[in-house]
Unconditional design. Structure first.
Length: 117
């Protein structure tokens, strides 16, 4: 069973940066794709980015516009989301997920990101 644990969220001022981490443990498929999503209160879940452990399947959601970067550290079984130039509208719970693109079947518990104006 695969477990995903996100960390790195918090409170940051507009224009600031945060790096989120997603630690993967358990028996997972090394060819699976890792992804980041977010969900703000009262809004639908947004896709942010995806990548696999070989750096393939790299794709970003349309709203990212170069501000976020997804990466992996295979030695640490960790996926990162570097977020720069944060805006108040980036406030949300950020989730890590794994599986097949379009059908992610394992999710973390989420980490809260709050951007103050």
């Amino acid at each position: 069973q695969v477990q995903l644990v996100e960390s790195g969220g918090g409170l940051v001022q507009a224009g600031g940066s945060l790096r989120l981490s997603c630690k993967v443990s358990g028996r997972y498929n090394s060819s699976s794709v890792m992804a980041w999503f977010r969900q703000a209160p009262g809004k639908e879940r947004d896709f942010i980015a995806r990548i696999n452990w070989n750096g393939g399947w790299l794709y970003y959601g349309s709203f990212v516009k170069g501000r976020f970067t997804i990466s992996t550290d295979n030695a640490r079984n960790t996926v990162y989301l570097q977020m720069n130039s944060l805006k108040p509208e980036d406030t949300a719970i950020y989730y890590c997920a794994t599986g097949v693109p379009g059908s992610y079947d394992t999710w973390g518990q989420g980490t809260q990101v709050t951007v103050s104006s």
